[in-house]
Design a protein around this ligand. Sequence first.
Ligand SMILES: [Zn+2]
Length: 213
Amino acid sequence: MKPQLILLGAPGSGKGTQAARLVSELSYTHISTGELLRSEISSGSELGNRVQSIMNEGKLVDDNTVLELLSSNCDLDTNAYIFDGFPRNIEQAKLLDDVLIKEHASKAVYFDIDLDKLAERLINRRTCDDCGEIYNLLSKAPKVEGVCDKCKGTNLAQRKDDNKETVVTRLEVFKNTIEPVLEYYESQGKLTRLDASKGADGVFEQLENTVKN
Ligand SMILES: [Zn+2]
């Protein structure tokens, strides 16, 4: 049985791409709490109704409810899951262990990347509004400035939350909340730090080694 995998990394560190490969190449099941919340609501279950009413009040779904949701949707005896986006902080990490993972083998993987470089990358990201192609003005600029290589559209936009101030704040918050989480997993000998600057194949190779060893 493969270990349950907890993916930790800043937005833009490449976690999403690698999660997709873990699913297609190593048969992992990807857990997105956002998707679980939506499907639980549409199932009309008692839990789903409770979640719906929390959201109707404009509140965030609390950690205990998220754990209840995970517990009712995950069977760790038969499946290996990727937890991505949860836990985000030390309280959630402990709760996930106490309520769900318990004695099951698990590993935490941190997508280690220089946060200043990451900020630069995010600030220079542009997305084609017409076809969704993603560019980077530093490393993958469109051949003709302002024109999408793929669909020739001219709406290459910066995402609202990719402006400099927002990116820097977001990464600082991330850094402060992730440090205790990394220490927590490290103290249990469960943490692997991947060099997330290695390119998609290089990172996946490190991931495979982590899963298999
Ligand atoms: Zn396009």
